[in-house]
Design a protein around this ligand. Sequence first.
Ligand code: CP
Length: 298
Amino acid sequence: MRDVISILDFSKSEVLELFELTDEVLSGKFKPRLEGKIVATAFFEPSTRTALSFTSAALSAGAKVLGFSSDEATSVSKGENLADTIRMLENYADCIVMRHKLDGSAKFAAEIAKKPVINAGDGKREHPTQALIDMYTVRKLFGTMEGLTFGFLGDLRYARTVNSMLRILTMFRPRMVYLISPPQLRARAEILEELNYPVKELTDVRDIIGELDVLYVTRIQRERFLDEDEYEKVKESYRLEYRTVEKMKRDSAILHPLPRVSEIDRRIDSMPQAKYFLEASYAVPLRSALLHEVMAGD
Ligand code: CP
């Protein structure tokens, strides 16, 4: 394995193998060994979880980490372009973990770099390692990833984590996927065209809440709106309420890639369905296993 640009760079069997390796990392049966390797974390957009969990994963495997968390501290602020920045980073590191606001930037970087590039989020396009964490959580909770009923609630137009999740689900034959959003934030047609499972679009999660095994919530991606007025129109257009979750099956799960803003009532955090912090806790073992797969064979 080299670059990780889209979740569809993985076959189903590669996903399952990665999850088995993650199980072994979590249980302590396997410890990734990346001594002598250097990971570059190139974050042109803000991040807490992705940047720091990749850093923690790399450090705990014995690798060294360098990088930046904003382009303001780099020569991009002097006008250097992405291509030249990538050419420099591959002189300094064995693997580049990159987040950038431009759709397609990860693929562009991978075409330039001879070293592996891992997409940590490219614009509104994809966030493949987040989808791996999300599906790993589903597998841990349900013991299967097949035949489940999913609901995706929120900004389905701009949330890259949703695109990667909808794509990974093409490997696992969900029973039904409900896409729940205000009309302005519906999933984009080019994603819907790829899906090989039953999908229904609706606007009110309460209509199907009792059917769901997994409810995946996203915040409104304010940073993707070109027009602030458009954001103002939709910013409070959905919210998951305590009373709605009371109607969920007790063994169902609410996931969220985080960060959350106001789209989940905080009282839900203590309900049995709230699994988003558990989900976040799998980031380091999963990204440790992934870094091992990407770099250990070099
Ligand atoms: N889930 C996620 O990508 O979070 P960060 O933006 O904090 O990395």
